[in-house]
Design a protein around this ligand. Structure first.
Ligand code: 15L
Length: 268
């Protein structure tokens, strides 16, 4: 069969740039969508998710969508509303109109970021833990997960919502020792989420096989994901710098870390 064509939204962003590099080796052709042009991409579309005709044209003929577009950190409610909440809705509508049956949604740990950091001996945080967003950003990811459930129940569009931890080349804080997703494992996980059968709407956590993992990776493994990396290679250096993770410190008391304690961003 032909190599599947995947629309990558937010292709110029941090994770998008890593995945343009790493996903083709898993057997995909990519169409890159972003608001900004990307150099040297043969199949690239420059469009805002609010441009309905451009978005439909970008979605047309694809086998699946990897939805990474949106604001990736806390911002004002107005900006989050437009980019993440409206943008994700518009993408699902385009998928419905064009008959695309599978979306992989970049959700985030910040959808449940207000969940207390598990203590020693506590069970890992399950995927069905209640939504506890730590920011407007996290709230938009809760919305995206519910939107995905709705489009599955109502329109039969399948989604894997991945609550990504920290997908960067290296772990750069003791918190990240628990939630780090190496770029190579990220590509493995996106591949599993794109290719697993009969997912309906499935929510998983997205991290590497970290020694200090705090959440349940089994739902991701059930999709076929077999992580190869472990953030422990960064542990000695980070602990020497910051000390061990200490849940009595406010910025380490909950899963979302400093997202809970950073000052809110108000619109002025
Ligand atoms: C996220 O959702 C952000 O997009 C990313 O930049 C990191 O801050 C990550 O969470 C994290 O929790 O480390």
């Amino acid at each position: 069969t032909a190599t599947p064509l995947v629309l990558l939204t937010g292709a110029a962003g941090g994770v998008g740039t890593l995945m343009r590099e790493l996903l083709p080796a898993h057997g995909y052709r990519l169409r890159s969508l972003d608001m900004v042009p990307i150099a040297d991409e043969p199949d690239a579309v420059v469009a805002d998710l609010a441009d309905h005709e451009a978005l439909r044209a970008a979605v047309r003929g694809t086998d699946a969508i990897l939805h990474l577009a949106g604001i990736s950190l806390e911002s004002t409610f107005e900006k989050i509303l437009r980019a993440n909440i409206e943008g994700t809705y518009r993408l699902y509508e385009a998928a419905r109109e064009e008959g695309v049956r599978r979306i992989v949604f970049a959700s985030s740990n910040h959808a449940v970021g207000a969940t207390p950091w598990p203590g020693p001996g506590d069970p890992p945080i399950p995927v069905d833990t209640p939504h506890r967003p730590d920011t407007f950003y996290g709230l938009s990811k809760c919305f995206g997960e519910d939107l995905a459930q709705y489009y599955w129940d109502k329109h039969g569009i399948e989604t894997v919502s991945i609550r990504i931890g920290s997908c960067f080349p290296k772990a750069t804080s003791v918190r990240m020792l628990s939630v780090w997703l190496s770029p190579a494992d990220g590509a493995r996980l996106f591949h599993s989420a794109l290719s697993a059968r009969d997912v309906g709407h499935t929510v998983v956590y997205g991290s590497s096989a970290n020694t200090r993992t705090v959440w349940d990776l089994e739902p991701a493994r059930a999709l076929g994901y077999a992580p190869q990396d472990d953030s422990e290679i960064f542990a000695a250096e980070l602990i020497a710098k910051e000390g061990e993770l200490d849940p009595t410190r406010p910025e380490q008391a909950q899963l979302g870390g400093h997202f809970l304690t950073d000052p809110p961003i108000w619109p002025h």
